[in-house]
Ligand binder design. Structure first.
Ligand code: COA
Ligand code: AMP
Length: 634
């Protein structure tokens, strides 16, 4: 079946479409119905069915005779290590890790927090939780203790799994002091922490609470897979919303397995035994779906890469990994390609490697700008596919297909909606569906396809308020864009206070909360300004309390340090300016959208509701002083 038929059937008869896709999964018990729509917007995929996601990702491949096939390649450019694990070896380690978790009292439904760098044990930990029916919550290593503590508060993990350090190019980051501080800050405390000691750093252990990973694993009894409901949670992944409190996106077991398996074949065209590489981090949704679950559910070989596109040791790192491990498809963020392009504009490093097995480059995480698209296409001479998705969806909302029907590419477009996504462009005020080429809010008519979030962790209310209530009958993506006359989707960026920095999703509201804690700051605003490398970078504006007459530079560097301390280095918050007032509407709303346009040198109109038009001029000169607002029109 080609795209048109698939898409039509997925909307008109989702039960038939996804019921067929579900045949690729091993179920312990079949479903009562494919989709329960009785309690909208809380849809249930495959209610009544039972399965185990770890069994489907690991054990069944061993049972089917592929135990000797490589399941996971750990390639660490920062420690010069390559390790390979077959499916049988992966099963053995995962069962033991599940065994020690079980020994520590972890049972079906309990939560386990994972705070680890890109090492095989991070993947194994996730699978071990899935094996027991426990709910994992992975926190990205670049987040600071306060961010980690907020997640501990919400997920209330029984056990935390961590390692002694992460390695950032030349810098070793001890994780344990960060973890200790986060636990200190958190309300509910984990019963146990199991720490993997890496050779680079020896973590100090807290007696009675901390346990040594290797000792635990060596003495553990392997644990079997526990059957769970298709609708039971597999994991929680926190993502930035518009406030400082992150949203705990919940993933179910059944719908998730079905959707990811479908995507591996039809979007990525990956078959069992082939090598697929998502150069991301297990802390992000891309890592969850396409380092761990997607490729393993498909019986493919996945790569855990500990390194960066540049600097480990050079901009040829990605081409080396592709060549050395015979990668068929790579998935990364445009920012990684821009980083390579900046250091090696003529692609000299590529000449050293044979990448003849490489068939497709997939990009997501932020808009793929046409320059980067053309550069990568010319260099690699393979299709470069932009696809658009979010933590909430677990897989692409839009994209092109390598295993179904490939559409001609239009630079700047994420191509067609995926089956199951009845994507519409809405007018933000009238909520009417807009026609071709009309710009508006991108929204998906319910129901969402399998894999998408059934709710937020312990917070049905926020789930409804954030995504479902603004336009009843639709899921609001938070992105704006348009669909052209041929059905190609163009995603232009967030319409809320979420920004994308180097493919990482961050909340400007969260940064504002940090800035406002500074004793000299009366009020503040943070916007995401365009950046050639990272897509966007945060820029802060602060108004000082009256009577404060300290050096502005000193205050700015304290603010930069505070964001790094409270949110983490990953926020890349390095620029802030002191202004006399923020531009506001008469009702007091800060004009962040206009400020962003000024920063990016775009045309803007002075909003008629503005309180004091001179405030915009001050913003413009402040931005110019730090290298922004270069081509402002009136
Ligand atoms: N643990 C601790 N610190 C981390 C970290 C981690 N796991 N990941 C990043 N950081 C730190 C970095 O060291 C850097 O610190 P610095 O300010 O002291 O230099 C800061 O957080 C910002 O990191 P990053 O945004 O990664 O910037 P970078 O300059 O180190 O690298 C790129 C830039 C483009 C090479 C890098 O962002 C990249 O490879 N991006 C790929 C995109 C990606 O993985 N996206 C995920 C979704 S697909
Ligand atoms: P995250 O939840 O971290 O994956 O971030 C999701 C957000 O990243 C989306 O809401 C978009 O704003 C942005 N995004 C992801 N992929 C794309 C893409 N292909 N094109 C444009 N924006 C994208």
């Amino acid at each position: 079946m080609k795209y048109e038929e698939n898409f039509k059937e997925s909307l008109e008869n989702p039960e038939a479409f996804w019921g067929r896709a579900a045949e690729g999964i091993d179920w312990d018990k079949k479903w009562d119905c494919v989709l329960d729509q009785s309690n909208s917007p809380f849809f249930k995929w495959f209610p009544g069915a039972m399965l185990n996601t770890c069994f489907n990702a690991v054990d069944r491949h061993v049972l089917q005779g592929r135990g000797d096939q490589v399941a996971l390649i750990y390639d660490s450019a920062v420690t010069n290590t390559v390790q390979k694990y077959t499916y049988a070896q992966l099963q053995e380690r995962v069962a033991r890790i599940a065994g020690f978790l079980k020994g520590l009292g972890v049972e079906k439904g309990d939560t386990v927090l994972i705070y680890m760098p890109m090492i095989p044990e991070a993947v194994m930990s996730m699978l071990a939780c899935a094996r027991l029916g426990a709910v994992h919550s992975v926190v990205f290593g670049g987040f600071a203790p306060r961010e980690l503590s907020v997640r501990i508060d919400d997920a209330k993990p029984k056990v935390i799994l961590s390692a002694s350090c992460g390695i950032e190019v030349q810098r070793v980051i001890p994780y344990k002091p960060l973890l200790d501080e986060a636990i200190e800050l958190a309300g509910p405390k984990p019963e146990k922490c199991v720490i993997l000691q890496r050779p680079q750093v020896n973590a100090e252990m807290k007696q009675g609470r901390d346990l040594d990973w290797n000792e635990q694993e060596a003495s553990a009894q392997p644990a079997d897979c526990v059957s769970v409901k298709a609708t039971d949670p597999l994991y929680i992944l926190y993502t930035s919303g518009t406030t400082a409190l992150p949203k705990g996106v919940v993933r179910d077991n059944g719908g998730h397995a079905v959707a990811l398996l479908w995507s591996m074949k039809h979007i990525y065209n990956i078959n069992p035994g082939e090598v697929y590489w998502a150069a991301s981090d297990v802390g992000w949704v891309v890592g969850h779906s396409y380092i761990v679950y997607g490729p393993l559910l498909r019986g493919a070989t996945t790569i855990v890469f500990e390194g960066k596109p540049v600097g480990t040791p050079d901009p040829g790192a990605f081409w080396r990994v592709i060549s050395e491990h015979g990668v068929k498809a790579l998935f990364t963020a445009p920012t990684a390609i821009r980083a390579i392009k900046r250091e090696d504009p003529n692609g000299e490093h590529l000449k050293k490697y044979d990448i003849s097995k490489f068939e497709t480059l997939f990009l997501a995480g932020e808009r793929l700008d046409p320059d980067t698209y053309f550069w990568a296409t010319d260099l690699l001479k393979v299709p470069v596919i932009d696809h658009w998705w979010q933590t909430e969806t677990a897989w692409a909302i839009c994209g092109n297909f390598r295993g179904l029907e490939q559409f001609p590419i239009k630079a700047g477009s994420a191509t067609m909606p995926m089956p199951g996504y009845n994507l519409k462009v809405l007018d933000g005020i009238s909520a009417q569906e807009l026609g071709p080429n009309e710009a508006g809010l991108l929204a998906v008519k319910l129901p969402l396809p399998p894999g998408n979030l059934p709710t937020l962790w312990n917070n049905d209310k926020r789930f409804v308020e954030s995504y479902m209530a603004p336009f009843p009958g639709y899921y609001v993506t938070g992105d704006g864009g348009h669909i052209d006359e041929e059905g190609y989707v163009f995603v232009m960026g967030r319409i809320d206070d979420v920004i994308n920095v180097a493919g990482h999703r961050l909340s400007t509201g969260g940064m504002e909360e940090v800035l406002s804690k500074h004793p000299s700051v009366a009020e503040c605003a943070v916007i995401g300004a365009a950046d050639n490398l990272k897509g966007q970078l945060p820029v802060g504006f602060v108004v000082l309390k009256s009577g404060v007459n300290r050096q502005k530079d000193e205050i700015v560097s304290e603010l930069v340090q505070m964001v790094r301390q409270d949110i983490g280095a990953v926020a890349s918050f390095k620029k802030a300016v002191v202004v006399n007032r923020l531009p506001k509407t008469r009702s007091g709303k800060v004009l962040r959208g206009t400020m962003r346009k000024i920063a990016d040198g775009e045309n803007y109109t002075v909003p008629p509701t503005i309180d004091d038009p001179t405030a915009l001029g001050e913003i413009e000169s402040a931005l110019m002083q730090i290298g922004y607002a270069q081509k402002v029109a009136d």
